[in-house]
Design a protein around this ligand. Sequence first.
Ligand code: CTP
Length: 400
Amino acid sequence: MDKPKVVLGVSGGIAAYKACELLRRLTESGHEVRVVPTASALHFVGAATWSALSGNPVSTEVWDDVHEVPHVRIGQHADLVVVAPATADTLAKAAHGLADDLLTNTLLTARCPVVFAPAMHTEMWEHPATQENVATLRRRGALVIEPAVGRLTGVDTGKGRLPDPGEIFEVCRRVLARGVTEPDLRGRHVVVSAGGTREPLDPVRFLGNRSSGKQGYALARTAAARGARVTLIAANSTLPAPAGVDVVPVGTAVQLREAVLRAAPEADAVVMAAAVADFRPAAYAAGKIKKKDGQEPEPITLVRNPDILAEISADRARPGQVIVGFAAETDDVLANGRAKLKRKGCDLLVVNEVGELKTFGSEENEAVVLGTDGSETAVAHGPKEALAETVWDLVAERLS
Ligand code: CTP
């Protein structure tokens, strides 16, 4: 099989150096990459670097190798165009259909999915001109990833950072794997909870669970790659933030509930993948609980935590909102799943069987997704992203 052909557009921002890492990941995972930098990008990283890392010639202008008509051919033959970093200037040119160099010509001739990963100062990103250009590009079907928040060039911090190259690579991989030109969750806002809550006993101890957060992160990553605005409420996870995803860190079930209730009114869909502790210690000891010679420990009294999934399902923040729950079961998986779907009142329930090597911390998962309409969608053993894609397929169906 031919290698997938990726055009990596690089525009002139300091984050251009991070595109080297994206390029390396693309080539090492079997993609044929043609780098098309703008003239300004070459002020940051030279043509020799792009050429050596991609194994392909590099030009910025339409006047090189004219006999090969590169200004048309490169875009026509691409399976994916990704522009990282995309500056305010490149976004503006793309939105207005300008074509004064090889990259902008390529963007006009490409018929494949196009991903922009913007990076710029916060003021430039927030400027109405940039925001309107982004909205135009999204309306036309391009996937414009939200910039990350953090340190910018110099001493500034704010929104405008290029997301982690590894996470941009994941977006490219998902978009190529789906082979769909239009991001089908474009214009939708989804809320995903992930990880496991921790219920503190004293300043050094907590009651927790073994959830790694990987399934929730896969859901967030795949939704962003399908064009959704994603709020990821992450309980005690140390996984890297997926590109374009707004991460809200939380600790306890009560904090998770507050974050979900805050985000839900704007959400088209809420997916509760987090492992929420059903109980918490009735009391929190302000000082460390010490052992005492010759004395048995005090028993720990637990109280119930609020059931967030049941609460948001009973009291829908928006008409037509799709709510998805998760259930880990050890036996009678389907029967227990059906009963839980009814009890929780959500629209879909992802039921998976838990065992020693299954689910927790693993890269893979298998499950059945139960719907209130009686549907049963089995997802074979495979990457957590595959299960995530099925969940979004079912959510998208219900949203339309
Ligand atoms: N959940 C929640 N709030 C809780 C507990 C769970 O929102 N306090 C959500 C989880 O995020 C998950 C789903 O509910 O989506 C299933 O949780 P589970 O603990 O399996 O449900 P329970 O009703 O507690 O079932 P069981 O009796 O099996 O513990």
